[in-house]
Design a protein. Structure first.
Length: 219
């Protein structure tokens, strides 16, 4: 496991721990240490308000790769290649039960790279997820959406991790300029380019939960 020392105690700066939980060898080639560090840069560039100002900041803390954790006792690792649709409540229960520090860092926001599943198309889906989880947040990003490659997955899922819900934008297409949290069908599915920063209400929500998250992660 690669670990970097923490720097100054900035109340609005959050450490990120990465774990690659899929056995997919193509994912392993994409999710390199260099790319995981780049994911932090992506978040710091795009997790911003509409005026492009930063709301919180992120820093790379550590990373664990599949061969290190494949035999972990944490059932959460098995979600990396699930053969059924993702269940958010079950995922949270498995995450909270995990005590393997390589898989779940209790003092960081955990960022997982996995291979998502859809019942009709198998592992051709690229769904990602984010959850605040009572101020112990984590995100799961399908490996094919790394490097900001599809509808702003990093900042969108991190938005969920900071307590945001979808913004309803009926009829939005992939070419429509939309809020980061946009959903074309009002709760499920993608919505536009998600290239506009967080609005004022979303910024207030993020900052409110940021303080709570920081306090929880320090315990």
């Amino acid at each position: 496991m690669v670990v970097y020392a923490q720097t100054s105690d900035d109340p609005l700066t959050f450490d990120l721990h990465f774990a690659v939980i899929t056995k997919n060898v193509d994912a392993h080639r994409i999710a390199s240490l260099e790319q995981l560090k780049k994911e932090v840069d992506i978040l710091n560039m795009y997790f911003v308000a509409e005026n492009r100002k930063a709301i919180v900041k992120f820093r790379f803390k550590s990373a664990a790769f599949y061969n290190e954790i494949r035999n972990s006792d944490c059932e959460f690792v098995k979600l990396g290649d699930a053969t059924s649709p993702y269940d958010s409540d079950r995922g949270a229960a498995l995450f909270n039960a995990c005590n393997d520090l390589r898989v779940r860092d209790p003092r960081a926001i955990n960022f997982y790279i996995y291979d998502s599943y859809a019942p009709r198309i198998g592992f051709s889906d690229t769904t990602s997820h984010g959850r605040r989880n009572a101020n112990r947040p984590y995100v799961l990003i399908d490996w094919e959406r790394l490097n900001h490659s599809d509808q702003s997955a990093e900042e969108h899922e991190m938005g969920h991790a900071f307590g945001l819900y979808h913004e309803c934008v009926p009829g939005a297409t992939r070419g429509t300029s939309t809020n980061i949290m946009a959903s074309a069908d009002c709760g499920k599915g993608s919505g536009g380019r998600r290239d506009i920063g967080f609005n004022a209400l979303q910024v207030r929500t993020i900052l409110d939960f940021a303080r709570q998250i920081r306090a929880r992660l320090k315990k």
